[in-house]
Write a protein that binds this ligand. Structure first.
Ligand code: HEM
Length: 420
């Protein structure tokens, strides 16, 4: 029998401060130092945590026999980013049933409807940009995505609400790796947003509103769980926010995409000429290259051994998303921006995991991955084929110790003109 091997262990009582100061690089730095895709550390008040990186680690992590989500997400993240006891913390048949509902919103017809709405909303924004001395792309993209998400989901949004709702949805995302005021802002934003959506779900159930079938508002309002019960109106609202909030979060990738166009001008030339193929590769490379989701977590469900390492029931395990997308055994020159690399990508559900890995239906892989790719493609088409603009000098640095991160200047554009 092979001897069980010790997982390299970081000494010390707790490394949460290092996690906050190294951010996206916390796991990759230690993998390099230990020369290992797996190591043990202590986080969250001295709790033993195993960190893993790479395609093989992802394959193990997405095995439902080995891992569960119950108890994996800290309450601070549930109270800002996800919502308490929402789909991200569910397991087994109950998770599968809820996930089917999310995936049922992603039919080709519904995605086509979303594309049309997004194109219309971009047009509407461009008209305004033509008269603006300076466009803050991050701010604008959040609002475009917010209007798109609400319209697609059947959620009413008055013009005078747009600023508050889009900034609340963004604040929940902005809080995920934060302590202090940013975390507090995220909590307040979640409370306000949950009250708002809960009220709308109650109006639907009272017959005051009649959203179209197939919209998130309709489907979550009338969804029955495995026991045949409607979700309580608060939980229905929390899950609708699990559609609205991440669509608004696509603004991060839109800004990174615009930054790539600026930093690698040859890619912009290719996109201007492109009929679709290069757009897809470009969007994939933006999702791989730039930092957004740093890692995801689960707890060991039953004791098991992997590569002779012993995993004990209840241990928290973090899968390194950023590091896997930059792993030098998976990617040639991982720190170079090269959309063409996706020509030969093998399509594995475990080696390219910007929005999680594994299978959509039975695992926790992001329900909105196709939507993200489509909305990104539309955004890049707008920036390369519909308008011209100048990029004034600004601070493009991307702080790796901030989660989520964004270029310091948020991407400013000037002299926007429509292409003829
Ligand atoms: C903005 C870009 C996005 C990023 C970076 C992102 C990232 C992620 C990640 C890392 C996970 C967790 C994977 C795991 O724990 O295994 C996830 C889950 C999820 N995402 Fe996204 N996502 C994005 C956009 C979206 C969109 C547009 C939607 C909906 C329209 C969405 C809905 C969800 C849902 C419902 C889950 C939970 C799935 C489950 O627990 O089964 N996301 N996403």
């Amino acid at each position: 029998m092979p001897q069980s091997r010790q997982i390299p262990k970081e000494t010390g009582m707790d490394h949460s401060v290092a996690l906050m100061s190294e951010g996206y690089l916390f796991i990759p730095n230690r993998c390099r130092r230990f020369q290992s895709d797996i190591f043990e550390t202590r986080l969250l008040g001295g709790q033993k945590v195993i960190c893993m990186s790479g395609a093989e680690a992802a394959e193990i992590f997405y095995d439902n026999q080995k891992f569960q989500r119950k108890g994996a997400t800290p309450k601070a993240v549930q109270k800002t980013l996800f919502g308490v006891n929402a789909i991200q913390s569910m397991d087994g048949e109950r998770h599968k049933h809820r996930k089917q509902l999310f995936m049922s919103l992603m039919t080709p017809d519904r995605i086509h409807a979303l594309q049309n709405i997004a194109e219309e909303q971009w047009e509407y924004a461009i008209k305004e940009w033509l008269t603006m001395p300076e466009v803050n792309l991050f701010e604008e993209a959040r609002q475009i995505m917010c209007r798109t998400a609400c319209q697609w989901s059947g959620v009413p949004l008055r013009a005078n609400e747009l600023k508050q709702r889009s900034s609340d949805l963004a604040a929940m995302v902005d809080a995920f790796g934060a302590a202090g005021p940013r975390h507090f802002r995220g909590r307040q934003a979640r409370k306000r947003s949950e009250r708002w959506i809960k009220g709308i779900v109650e109006e639907v159930r009272a017959g005051v509103r009649e959203p179209a079938e197939g919209t998130a508002l309709y489907e979550f309002s009338w969804y029955r769980d495995l026991d045949g019960n409607l979700l309580d109106s608060h939980m229905a609202g929390v899950e609708i926010l699990n559609i609205l909030r991440p669509i608004v979060a696509i603004a991060y990738f839109i800004v990174f995409g615009a930054m790539a166009l600026h930093s690698y001008p040859d890619t912009k030339d290719k996109l201007v000429e492109d009929d679709g193929t290069y757009h897809k590769m470009f969007v994939q490379e933006v999702r791989r290259f730039y930092p957004f989701a740093p890692f995801t977590g689960a707890r060991v469900k039953n004791d098991f051994t992997w590569r002779n390492h012993q995993f004990t029931k209840g241990t928290l395990v973090l899968l390194d998303i950023y590091g896997t997308n930059h792993h030098n055994e998976i990617w040639d020159q991982p720190n170079r921006f090269m959309p063409e690399r996706f020509k030969d990508w093998n399509g594995s559900p475990f080696n390219f995991i910007p929005q999680g890995g594994g299978e959509f239906e039975i695992g926790h892989r992001c329900a909105g991955e196709w939507v993200t790719i489509d909305l990104m493609q539309i955004s890049m088409e707008v920036l390369t084929q519909k308008i011209e603009y100048q990029v004034p000098p600004q601070d493009f640095s991307i702080p790796m110790d901030r989660m989520p991160t964004i270029p310091m200047s948020r991407m400013l554009l000037t002299d926007v003109e429509r292409k003829v």
